[in-house]
Design a protein around this ligand. Structure first.
Ligand code: SAH
Length: 340
C-alpha cells in the first residue's frame, strides 16, 4: 500500500480524477495533511465517507519512528527507524534566520567519498518520497516548531534518488503542502552531471550546492570516486549552463582537510577554477570521525584559505559548526548505532 505522504498534489489530483472525483479533493486532503496535520483519515471531515473508505484501502498514513534524539547547542539530531527497520538521520539546526533541517535521501550511500562517514556503510536502498517528507513532519511535531529551511545534505546522494527527490521538493515547496519557499531549499550533490542537466530542465527554483572539495582532478579523484566518471571540466561545463539558464548562483562546498586540500596552492587553484563564475564557496571545517584518518584543518589554515579566495574576489563563507559533540556530524549517529 502506498503512503499518502509520498504523493505530490498533481499525483493526488490524478488519483481523484481516476476515481471520478473532482481534482480539488486533492487540495482538501493536502490541507488536512500539511496545514492541519491530522494523523488519521477519519479526521478529514469535509471528505465524504465513501471517498475516505476508498482512500483507506489505497493509502496508509503511517509515520516514521523516532529512535533517539540527541541535543546540543542549537542542534537536535534525530535517528529514525523506517518501516523495514532501516535507519536514517535528520539534523535540526537553529539559526538566527530560522530552523533548518538537514534531510537524508538514502539509507547509506554508494558514492564512496573518502572522508565521509555515510559512505562507509554502503547504500542499502533509496528513500521513498514519503520517508523524506515524514522527516520534516516528525521533527516539527516532536519539537512543536516550524522548519523554514531544508537542506538535502543528510545521508545519501540526492541525485542518486532523483525522481523521489524531485517529488519530495514538489510536496514541501507547494503552497498547498508544507510551503517551504524554493529559495529556502538546497540540494547538495557530489556532481552527477546528467542529473544536474535534468535538474536544469526541470526548472525548480531551489538552490544547488556542489560538493567540490578539490580544485583539480588528481586530488578530486582521490577524495571522490564520482570524479572519475564526471571530471571537473564536465562538472563546470554543466554548472555554467545551470547559471546561464537560471541566473542563479551555485554554491561550492569545500571541506578543509589538513595537508590534503588546504594548502595555499589549492586555494589559488580553486580561485582560478571559479574566477568569474556566479558562485560562492562555503568552506566547511571537517567533522572528524573515529573511523577515518583525515584531520580537520587548523583555524589558522582555514582563515588563510579564506583570505586567499577573498583576495582573488571569490565570494566565500566559513560554515558554522553544528553537532560535532553530539555525534550529529554527517552520518555518525546511524553508523554508530548500526555497529553497536
Ligand atoms: N551526497 C551529497 C549530500 C550529502 S553530504 C553531497 O555529496 O553533496 C553533505 C555535505 O557534507 C557534502 O558536502 C559532504 O561532502 C559533506 N561531508 C561529508 N562528510 C563530512 C564530514 N565528516 N565533515 C564535514 N562535511 C562532510
Amino acid at each position: 500500500m502506498k503512503n499518502i505522504y509520498g504523493l505530490t498534489l498533481e499525483q493526488l489530483e490524478q488519483y481523484f480524477l481516476m476515481h471520478n472525483e473532482k481534482s480539488f479533493k486533492a487540495t482538501q486532503v493536502f490541507d488536512w495533511l500539511y496545514k492541519r496535520r491530522v494523523t488519521s483519515f477519519d479526521e478529514m471531515t469535509n471528505i465524504k465517507k465513501e471517498t475516505l473508505e476508498q482512500m483507506k484501502q489505497d493509502f496508509t498514513m503511517k509515520s516514521i519512528t523516532l529512535l533517539t534524539k540527541t541535543e546540543g547547542k542549537d542542534v537536535v539530531k534525530f535517528l529514525f527507524e523506517l518501516e523495514d527497520s532501516n535507519k536514517v538521520e535528520a539534523v535540526l539546526m537553529k539559526h538566527d534566520y530560522g530552523n533548518s533541517l538537514c534531510v537524508s535521501t538514502e539509507v547509506g550511500c554508494n558514492m564512496g567519498c573518502a572522508f565521509c562517514e555515510s559512505g562507509r556503510l554502503k547504500k542499502v536502498r533509496h528513500l521513498e518520497t514519503h520517508e523524506m517528507v515524514l522527516q520534516i513532519l516528525a521533527v516539527e511535531s516532536y519539537l512543536q516548531i516550524r522548519i523554514s529551511h531544508v537542506v538535502l545534505m543528510g545521508i545519501g546522494e540526492p541525485f542518486d534518488n532523483y525522481d523521489h527527490v524531485i517529488d519530495f521538493i514538489s510536496i514541501i515547496n507547494s503552497g498547498k503542502g508544507i510551503d517551504i519557499g524554493a529559495r529556502h531549499i538546497t540540494v547538495s550533490t557530489c556532481g552527477i552531471v546528467p542529473k544536474i542537466q535534468a535538474f536544469i530542465e526541470n526548472g525548480k527554483q531551489v538552490n544547488l550546492a556542489i560538493s567540490l572539495h578539490a580544485p583539480n582532478n588528481i586530488l578530486r579523484n582521490q577524495l571522490m570516486p564520482i570524479n572519475k566518471v564526471y571530471p571537473i571540466e564536465e562538472l563546470m561545463s554543466v554548472l555554467k549552463k545551470y547559471i546561464e539558464k537560471t541566473n542563479r548562483r551555485v554554491t561550492f562546498e569545500y571541506i578543509l582537510l589538513e595537508n590534503v586540500n588546504d594548502t595555499d596552492t589549492c586555494a589559488i587553484e580553486l580561485a582560478n577554477l571559479l574566477k568569474g563564475m556566479n558562485c560562492y564557496v562555503n568552506l566547511i571545517p571537517y567533522n572528524e570521525t573515529s573511523h577515518i584518518e583525515f584531520k580537520k584543518s587548523s583555524q589558522e589554515t582555514i582563515l588563510r584559505f579564506y583570505d586567499i579566495l577573498k583576495k582573488n574576489k571569490i565570494n566565500v563563507t566559513i560554515r558554522r559548526e553544528f553537532g560535532g559533540k553530539v555525534m550529529a556530524a554527517c552520518g555518525q549517529l546511524r553508523s554508530n548505532y548500526e555497529e553497536a
